[in-house]
Design a protein around this ligand. Structure first.
Ligand code: NAP
Length: 293
């Protein structure tokens, strides 16, 4: 039987490299993105290395919860799942709202992967042993740690709001791992470190993405950003590929796979009980699994 894997944001950057890695290891990979042409090009590249089933592209805008639901329905119809890599992520230089009226950093980096995961749990159970990999970021360390509302108090600073959404997702990831213990589904966070991709090339050049105190140090901050995002996406994809496939991780769950593709300690704030409770409440309220929830 086909070993199915899904990679969101899998048509470019780190996600495409992750998809190539999974396909070379025998998975039938479905990549998700918005642009059909980019999707077709990705499928061609993946097919050239695929050692298992046929690669596919499914279009969805993961900034829309309606699209996430439709995507989940379509993916679920394909049968059991072995691997779900929630790789999609985005940083926005200016504050934006999604079609659902939700601040876009929180929607794309947390709510969308949260909802897709919840809606595909049955298929992952059917494919067990199976793995969920949620892509995190070092930006969690510069995040505001209040989650009683979608938007933190204070001004909009793209990098910090991105980091806060990633922190929400990391808290969800580690809690999910604990909840799914003994279910046959194991759950990992993968920190790619950094890479030169559409996301980093497009948004990390303006001081407006960081808070005023950091802006005073902008030349230093910018150099740090440049250094940490200079590498190739193929290297940054290794933590995700290892988290999704490494046999050494069998029987283990709730680990963060760091930029060197080894387990690293989880950022402490991600296991704070209040953070976890607030993130779960907010997620269930904004992105219920069903209308009845
Ligand atoms: N690059 C880094 O230095 C870095 C560092 C730490 C963490 N990360 C994390 O690593 C992951 C991958 O990042 P990346 O740098 O590879 O990003 P990227 O190059 O910007 O990602 C591009 C991929 O995401 C898709 N995508 C973007 N927005 C989408 C949306 N709304 N709906 C559906 N698909 C969407 C793109 O396809 P379409 O445009 O066709 O939709 C493409 O497949 C993210 O979670 C990011 O937060 C990256």
């Amino acid at each position: 039987m086909e070993q199915r894997a899904i990679v969101t944001g899998g048509t470019g950057g780190i996600g495409l490299e992750t998809a190539l890695g999974l396909a070379a290891r025998g998975f039938a990979v479905t990549v998700v993105g918005r642009d059909a042409e980019r999707g077709a090009r990705a499928v061609e590249r993946i097919a050239a290395v695929a050692a298992g089933g046929e690669p596919r592209f499914v279009a969805a805008n993961l900034a829309s919860l309606g699209d996430v639901r439709a995507l989940a329905t379509r993916l679920a119809a394909g049968g059991p799942l072995k691997v779900l890599v929630n790789n999609v992520g985005a940083m926005f230089a200016q504050r934006q709202q999604t079609v659902d009226g939700i601040e876009a950093s929180f929607a794309v980096n947390h709510l969308s992967p949260y909802l897709l995961t919840e809606l595909l749990l049955d298929r992952l159970r059917a494919g067990a042993p199976s793995r969920i990999v949620n892509v995190t970021s070092g930006a969690v360390k510069l995040a505001k740690r209040t989650f009683d509302t979608v938007e933190p108090p204070g001004g909009y600073y793209g990098f910090h709001w991105y980091g806060r959404a990633k922190l929400a997702n990391l808290a969800y990831t580690l809690d999910l791992a604990a909840r799914l213990r003994d279910s046959g589904i194991t759950v990992f966070a993968a920190d790619p470190g950094g890479a030169a991709t559409a996301m980093t090339n497009g948004t990390m050049t303006s001081p407006s993405i960081v808070s005023p105190p950091l802006r005073l140090l902008w030349p230093l901050v910018r150099r740090t950003f440049e250094r940490s995002t200079a590498g190739p996406a193929s290297v940054a994809a290794r933590p995700s590929v290892v988290a999704a496939t490494d046999p050494a991780l069998e029987g283990r769950t709730g680990l963060v796979i760091g930029p060197k593709a080894h387990p690293v300690p989880a950022f402490r704030a991600s296991t704070d009980p209040r953070t976890v409770a607030d993130v779960l409440r907010l997620s269930r309220q904004l992105a219920p699994r069903t209308d009845a929830d």
